[in-house]
Every structure is written in structure tokens, then in C-alpha cells.
Design a binder for this molecule. Structure first.
Ligand code: ADP
Ligand code: 3PG
Ligand code: MG
Length: 401
């Protein structure tokens, strides 16, 4: 039986086709961490797409159209989710002019004009309601502006959306970009013949989409270390009142099921024993460390405390493969970043094979000064969890073989 990794390694790549004179559409993942003033915190995901874009330029593609989502807009245009905020950085990194296209449905003629090997960046594809629904009409429209489809959005390859999946049904040449294949090769090392014990460290704020994966990864791991807003959900489910902390009230049942599943699979679970709490996330005045069960009324848990750091450190030291997604606190705020940075230091110092994934987690590792000390930094958070689960990611499924 072929594994999910073997299946995905078998897709065609850019080097298997000829892009000369072709209109190439590249699905990239430019969902980079950005602050409220539109400053890009970490451009790793943009840099990671450059080899594929440059290859198409060097091999005389007629035009290159870049498609990405940015954040998760709920209905149509919102300035804070516009990909315009990426355009300048992309131009600087590519050292080439990038033309921004607000409405691709009216840009057929532009994209087809081959004079300058032009590079286009489309506006956030999730402003179209059809994107997340994998709508056939949107897939066809995207297909109609290209001759070749290249998927290089590893960070989004676990999504069955129009630009990551559906489009492949309507373009005869559909291949993987360099980033997609590089990611699969790196995960192959961690997942095909992993050296046990394997620890999964999970945190962050995307609770609903990640908590549902945890039961499925249990047979693959030995330890589960949980922090961040994710652990708030577990702690609340276990009877600690997390007060004003960010957690998912709708997933308390799921959290308990995950713990049951862990027990059944003999997976040791580590949750914070103490947390950093604050009276206000935006304007903190009162900040304290308290036991996880003693969060004060009106306060929010925004980081793991020093005893939890020690506990997690010990669990990490005794692991041989470590996969990490999700900061264990609001690391963007300096006062709430200690837990995440210390965790980054601990994982980096271990002798394990270490993979870190996710837009924010990769940023945190960079800020902790540890990006050289991980075995591999993946651009995918949710995508890496689904790989671990053993799934074939939709972004690879329909590519040419
Ligand atoms: P990634 O991008 O690496 O996949 P996520 O997007 O799931 O990670 O989560 C990152 C976000 O989680 C960060 O913006 C961080 O501030 C937030 N976060 C972590 N812990 C907490 C917490 N306790 N309360 C609120 N937000 C948190
Ligand atoms: C990410 O940031 O994990 C990827 O870009 C996927 O984004 P999504 O979880 O909003 O689909
Ligand atoms: Mg994120």
C-alpha cells in the first residue's frame, strides 16, 4: 500500500513540463502574519514561493498570475484582507514589477498579452464566495485565464477550495511548484520512518479547524503538548473556568473526546499547569502568573507560565521527533511572548528531528532567533497536521502524475 506521502511525491513538478509562451497561474500562499498597520511580520511564505515564480520567468512563460487568499474574510471585500498590502514586498523580493488585478474576470486580455513576461497578483481570492465552496463556476473562470496551473500553496493544500483543488479539473496541465515538493520531501523524513518517541506540540488560535484533527493523529504520536488558546479550550472543558480567555465553547465536548482518545492510544498529554493572565489584552495593567485552575474573574490567559515551560521542556527533551504548530501565547505582545520563545529555545536545543509549521509559529521561531536550529520550517500549519494524520492533501490530489 502506498502512503499518503508516497502518493503526493508522485505528482508532476514544474520541471516535467514546458512553460515557454504559456499563461501560468500559480496558487501561492501569501497569508503572511501582518500587524494592524499592514506591516508584514514575516515574509517567509512570500520568499518560499520565489523559486517557482522565478523559474517561470526564466523559462519565458507568457504571463504569470499569482493567486492567494489572505486571512479569512467572511463576505466580500474588506481592506484589511486586501493582497495590495503584499504587492510592494513581492516586487522588492522578485526585483520585478507586479501588476495588481482587482477583478480578474475583466483581465483576460491583459493576462494573455505576452510582451513582457508580466507578473500579475490577483486580489484575495476569498473575496469570491465561491472559493471556499470549491465552486465549479469560479474554478472554470480561474482555469480560463491560464494554460498551466501550478499549485505551490503548501500552507493551504489541506483546503479543498476552487483555487487549490477545483481548478485542476479544468486545466489539462496541473503540476506542483517547488515548495510543495520540498515540503513533502521534508515531511517524508519525519513521517515515513519516524524515530520515537514522537511529540506533537499544538497551540495557537485556530482551534475549531485543528482540534478536530487531534483524535486522528493519536495513533501516530507518543506525546501531545497543548498550549495557547487551544489549551484554554481543554482546561475549560476539564473544569477550570478560563473566564475571559479565548477558547471555543462549542468544542468543549471535542476536547474531552480528544483526551479519551489519547488515553486509549496511551498518548501522554501535557497541559499548562500555570498561566499568565491579564486584565486586558489591549491595555494590560495587571499581569500575574496563576495556577491554571485559578484564572481571576474578568482576566484572560494569554501565555503559559514558568512551571508549564519547565514541564513542557522535560517532555521535549525526551522526544526524538517533534512537530510543532501554534504559539503557546499571544507572542506578538512582548509581555506574553516568553512561553512561546522559551518553547522555541527548548525544541531547538533538543537532539530530536524538529519540524515547525504555520505562518505565526514560523514567525515566532524567527523572532526567538532559532530559525537556523530547527531541522525544517514548514510553511504549513494545518497542512502539516493533516499530513501527520495520514491524509492525501486535496492540493495534490488532482495534479498530473
Ligand atoms: P499558525 O499561523 O502558526 O498556524 P495560529 O494561526 O493557529 O498559528 O495561531 C496563532 C495565533 O494564536 C497568534 O496570533 C497568537 O496571538 C494566538 N494565541 C496563542 N495563544 C493565545 C491565547 N492564549 N489567547 C489568545 N490568542 C492566542
Ligand atoms: C494558514 O495560515 O494556516 C494557511 O494560510 C491556511 O489558512 P486558513 O487556515 O485560513 O485556510
Ligand atoms: Mg496563523
Amino acid at each position: 500500500m502506498t502512503s499518503n506521502i508516497e502518493f503526493m511525491s508522485g505528482v508532476k513538478g514544474l520541471k516535467d513540463i514546458d512553460v515557454t509562451g504559456k499563461r501560468v497561474l500559480i496558487r501561492v500562499d501569501f497569508n503572511v502574519p501582518m500587524d494592524a498597520q499592514f506591516n508584514i511580520a514575516d515574509d517567509r511564505r512570500i520568499r518560499a514561493a520565489l523559486p517557482t515564480i522565478n523559474y517561470c520567468i526564466d523559462h519565458n512563460a507568457c504571463s504569470i498570475t499569482l493567486v492567494s487568499h489572505f486571512g479569512d474574510p467572511k463576505g466580500g471585500y474588506e481592506e484589511r484582507f486586501s493582497l495590495r498590502h503584499i504587492q510592494k514586498r513581492l516586487e522588492r523580493l522578485l526585483q520585478k514589477k507586479v501588476e495588481f488585478i482587482e477583478d480578474f474576470e475583466n483581465a483576460h486580455a491583459e493576462i494573455a498579452s505576452c510582451s513582457l513576461e508580466r507578473v500579475f497578483l490577483l486580489e484575495n481570492i476569498r473575496f469570491h464566495s465561491g472559493e471556499k465552496k470549491n465552486d465549479a463556476e469560479l474554478s472554470k473562470k480561474l482555469a480560463s485565464i491560464c494554460d498551466v496551473y501550478v499549485n505551490d500553496a503548501f500552507g493551504t493544500s489541506h483546503r479543498k477550495h476552487a483555487s487549490t483543488y477545483g481548478i485542476s479539473e479544468y486545466v489539462s496541465i496541473s503540476v506542483a511548484g517547488f515548495l510543495m515538493l520540498k515540503e513533502i520531501a521534508a515531511f517524508s523524513k519525519a513521517l515515513e520512518k519516524p524515530v520515537k518517541p514522537i511529540a506533537l506540540v499544538i497551540g495557537g488560535a485556530k482551534i475549531s479547524s485543528k482540534i478536530t484533527l487531534l483524535s486522528a493523529v493519536m495513533p501516530k504520536i507518543d506525546k501531545l503538548i497543548i498550549g495557547g488558546a487551544m489549551s484554554n479550550t481543554f482546561l475549560h472543558a476539564m473544569g477550570c473556568d478560563m473566564q475571559a480567555s479565548l477558547f471555543e465553547p462549542e468544542y468543549l465536548e471535542t476536547a474531552l473526546k480528544v483526551l479519551d482518545e489519547a488515553k486509549r492510544n496511551k498518548v501522554k498529554v501535557y497541559l499548562p499547569v500555570d498561566v499568565v493572565i491579564t486584565d486586558s489584552v489591549e491595555h494590560p495593567i495587571d499581569i500575574k502568573v496563576v495556577p491554571a485552575q485559578d484564572v481571576l474573574e474578568g482576566f484572560s490567559a494569554v501565555d503559559i507560565g514558568p512551571a508549564s515551560v519547565k514541564l513542557f521542556h522535560e517532555a521535549i527533551e525526551l522526544s526524538n521527533t517533534i512537530i510543532w504548530n501554534g504559539p503557546v501565547g499571544m507572542y506578538e505582545v512582548e509581555k506574553f511572548s516568553k512561553g512561546t520563545y522559551k518553547l522555541a529555545n527548548a525544541i531547538a536545543d533538543s537532539y530530536a528531528y524538529t519540524i515547525v509549521g504555520g505562518g505565526d509559529t514560523a514567525d515566532a521561531v524567527e523572532k526567538a532567533g532559532e530559525s537556523q536550529n530547527f531541522s525544517f520550517i514548514s510553511t504549513g500549519g494545518g497542512a502539516s497536521l493533516e499530513l501527520l494524520e495520514g491524509k492525501i492533501l486535496p492540493g495534490f490530489e488532482l495534479l498530473n502524475r
